[in-house]
Design a protein around this ligand. Structure first.
Ligand code: GLY
Length: 362
């Protein structure tokens, strides 16, 4: 089993292995309760799919260790991240008499993690929660770092809290159930992590042909979580270098918005980081050509790298972001493979940046 420590203001471990869902009770007692028994309530928050596939395993291992297990199930997909569902979850915890020593367990992808995490951050002004990511995207990104949120009618993630989990448990069994497009989605974030902070990982992914899939996945997830951990530990509140994790995300979010969220996040990140690498090269920010190796790796991995929107449409969407303010936008740009920097771009140059990235400009 791999164990990584995330040294944020309240430190926690990430455990990675196969079969961990059958040992959740022991892991929680050991890691969250410092060896004490589980004589408390825990609420498993799942979606319809993860409930059916995995919750029985988590539930029986928690019961064995003395926990009183409750379950709440939400619809699958980003649409579940609503104030209505948050309220339902909070009311349920109150109805069941959850106290400050009780806890939540998010069993699912980013949607469930964000919803359960925000409920944990707000119930009784904060209770512990455990992330059990069941998608590659959640394993390498949203389950670590404490970003929790729901969507408002004016945009995604507009209400939320930074609230670190007390434990993250990645059971690789969960990744076996993922269709290819969801693996590709998560791999986009793995490749992003490599470009930001791990040139060895970049080479490793490129030369993956002969590798055992299990070993390959473990190496990728562990390396990507390490890159994320370094940045989160140094800038938990996301005021500085944590923003390097947003490589390709300005364009990706714009594409998602233009598609009315029919385009998946990971696919948009692949297109967005490729465009960013090209623009960074042409605008003289990169020290070496990151575009050529990234383009080669993304094509080899199997992404559709076309963008159906014009630079003007993308710029308009990016600038409509309700969380954005001021005359500049901060971009994470590749300097060389394994190193990105933050660059401030005047908002009136964003369309040009997208055009150059999409090879529609100079
Ligand atoms: N997903 C980027 C971050 O956690 O900061």
């Amino acid at each position: 089993m791999t164990k990584l420590m995330i040294n944020t203001s309240s430190p926690y471990r990430v455990h990675m292995d196969r079969g961990l869902m059958d040992h959740m009770g022991a892991l929680v007692c050991e890691d969250v309760l410092e060896g004490k028994s589980g004589d408390r309530h825990i609420c498993i928050v799942a979606d319809a799919f993860t409930h059916e596939k995995f919750s029985h395993r988590v539930e029986s291992s928690m019961r064995e260790k003395g926990f009183t297990v409750h379950k709440t199930v939400f619809p699958r997909g980003e649409d579940a991240k609503t104030m209505g569902n948050l309220e339902r979850l909070l009311e349920y915890l109150a109805d069941e008499g959850f106290s400050r020593s009780d806890m939540l367990l998010a069993l699912g992808g980013g949607t469930i993690g964000d919803l359960a995490g925000f409920a944990a951050a707000s119930y009784l002004r904060g209770v512990k929660y455990i992330q059990v990511p069941t998608t590659l995207l959640a394993a390498v990104d949203s389950s670590v770092g404490g970003k929790t949120a729901v969507n408002l009618s004016r945009g995604k993630n507009l209400a939320g809290a930074l609230w670190q989990p007390s434990l993250v448990v990645l059971d690789f069994d969960a990744l076996d159930t993922l269709p290819r497009d969801q693996i590709l989605c998560g791999m986009a974030e793995v490749i992003k992590s490599a470009v930001i902070g791990d040139p060895v990982l970049f080479e490793y992914i490129y030369n993956d042909d002969e590798k055992d899939r299990d070993v390959f996945m473990r190496e990728c997830v562990e390396a990507a979580v390490k890159v994320k951990a370094r940045l989160v530990e140094g800038d938990e509140r996301d005021n500085g270098r944590r923003q390097l994790l947003n490589l390709g995300h300005t364009m990706a979010h714009a594409m998602e918005l233009c598609s009315d969220y029919s385009l998946s996040h990971g696919m948009a990140v692949a297109v967005g980081m490729r465009a960013c690498a090209r623009a960074a090269l042409k605008m003289g920010w990169s020290r070496t050509d990151c575009f050529t190796p990234l383009d080669r790796l993304l094509k080899k991995t199997g992404y559709d790298l076309s963008c159906p929107y014009s630079p003007a449409q993308l710029a308009q969407a990016a600038l409509s972001d309700k969380k954005r303010r001021g005359h500049t936008i901060t971009l994470s740009v590749p300097i060389e493979i394994g190193r990105c920097d933050l660059v401030k771009l005047p908002v009136d140059r964003l369309e040009e940046f997208f055009a150059i990235g999409m090879d529609e400009g100079k």
